[in-house]
Design a protein around this ligand. Structure first.
Ligand code: HEM
Ligand SMILES: *[C@@H]1O[C@H](CO)[C@@H](O)[C@H](O)[C@H]1NC(C)=O
Length: 406
């Protein structure tokens, strides 16, 4: 009796704390939290276990909201599986794969640069999103194959483009609710098969998209925003930022990434972190919760984007792209910055691979595309002086009408 009483009181306290702390927004029976501590609790999903708040284990809490990607991409990975052993193995594999040698980085630099040059030859107008998707996908494929598969290093640009398009199409139509199971998505299957000849796509655990989707779907979005922000918005007054990133893309070493340049003493790492802060490609992390009391499950969302923009943590200039803030970060800011998630589900690409590949791809674009190129969005010059904007939209397709021309 006393135990039940205690439980109820604990639950109440729990709810009140979360509520007071995070101005809960309710949307379609899901609850979004936007304060760093609550976000970390939601991501961990099991943290409230002691209070009876979540009957589901953390892996179930994560797999349920990811069920859609399991169905439409035919994948079974850390995001979709509830098998502890398998998830551990998968994360271990990802960790080993993203651990590149210096020579791998050189190779990545060379291969992405050559792919960019091929794309630019003879074109006067370029669909920016396609270009960046293709470079991101090529880099992801190469890195995740550990450069060991000579065929994967020589995949044709058109095959890469087809796969990027098929993923894009599948993603967007599933978000729109037009869901087609993977087994019936012949275009997607064919575009995977064109690159990976010998995979059995009926076996979700053998699907190459298991590793490609987490890398590619995050990478291209943040690279696209970073390129536009540094090339055409905040970076317009700072040509040295583009030069730094271009130099890193050409010689992608640790030293080059961390080197503090100029009187502002800014590094490529600072530039990338500031892009990740304003434009985290994973805007929200979703978990499903189930309590003992109510049979219905509820969706919880950790709003990372909101945490990255809180005035009381980042200051009144929270919405400004200002890499100088990274020279000295307060504890609260460090805690609020989680573009790669947080424990126990932190992304294996967080410490090194993620930030550096983002820097490498943005820098590669600046090696070739500068000066004589202009950016157009919806047919108008960008930025458009008659429509002042402070921040780029972080909606997935917000920049899908952007073209570069010379
Ligand atoms: C090729 C590159 C990448 C690979 C292979 C990869 C792989 C993974 C894996 C396996 C996890 C699950 C970790 C776990 O369960 O412990 C994970 C989580 C995560 N990754 Fe990555 N990742 C990559 C790049 C990125 C990038 C560029 C971002 C963008 C910032 C990102 C954001 C995240 C986030 C937010 C989570 C946490 C998701 C959650 O808790 O539900 N990843 N990643
Ligand atoms: C992705 O799909 C959307 C909707 O079909 C489209 O507007 C956009 O141009 C596509 N992007 C690429 C790079 O194919």
């Amino acid at each position: 009796m006393f135990a039940i009483y205690l439980l109820v009181v604990l639950l109440l306290i729990m709810f009140v704390t979360i509520y007071r702390e995070s101005q809960i927004k309710t949307k379609r029976c899901s609850v979004a939290v936007n304060r760093p501590q609550s976000c970390r609790m939601v991501i961990a999903a099991g943290a409230m276990l002691g209070t009876g708040m979540n009957k589901l284990g953390p892996l179930h809490s994560r797999a349920i909201p990811n069920n859609r990607i399991h169905r439409v991409f035919g994948i079974e990975n850390a995001f979709t599986s509830t098998d502890v052993k398998y998830v551990e193995q998968f994360v271990g594999l990802a960790r080993r794969l993203v651990n590149l040698k210096p020579s791998d980085w050189e190779r990545l630099s060379q291969v992405t640069f050559e792919a960019l040059q091929r794309w630019l030859v003879g074109s006067s107008s370029i669909h920016l999103e396609s270009l960046i998707q293709v470079l991101s996908l090529r880099a992801t494929l190469l890195a995740l194959s550990k450069f060991s598969d000579p065929r994967l290093c020589q995949v044709r640009d058109t095959d890469i483009l087809d796969l990027a398009r098929a993923i894009n199409h599948t993603w967007i139509s599933s978000k729109r609710g037009e869901e087609r199971p993977f087994a019936e998505n012949h275009i997607l299957q064919a575009s995977i098969q064109a690159i990976f000849l010998d995979r059995d796509l009926r076996t979700p655990k053998d699907n190459p998209l298991n590793l490609i989707i987490p890398g590619f779907e995050t990478l291209w979005r943040v690279v696209l925003r970073g390129y536009v922000e540094i090339g055409f918005l905040a970076g317009r007054q700072h040509p040295e930022w583009r030069q730094m990133l271009a130099a890193f893309a050409q010689g992608p070493t640790r030293e080059q990434f961390l080197w503090k340049h100029g009187e502002d003493s800014i590094s490529c790492e600072d530039l990338v972190n500031e892009v990740l802060r304003l434009y985290p490609p994973t805007r929200r992390i979703h978990r499903t919760y189930k309590s003992d009391m109510a049979a219905k499950s509820i969706g919880m969302a950790a709003d990372l984007e909101a945490c990255h923009r809180l005035n009381e943590i980042w200051g009144t200039d929270a919405m400004d792209y200002d890499p100088r803030r990274w020279r000295r970060l307060e504890k609260a800011q460090k805690e609020a910055f989680m573009p790669f998630g947080s424990t126990p589900f932190e992304c294996p690409a967080r410490p090194i691979f993620g930030p550096r590949i983002i820097g490498l791809l943005i820098g590669t674009l600046f090696r070739e595309i500068c000066g004589d190129w202009v950016l157009k969005l919806h047919g108008r010059g960008f930025p458009d002086p008659s429509v002042p904007i402070k921040r780029l939209s972080n909606e997935r397709s917000a920049l899908s009408e952007a073209y570069l021309s010379r």
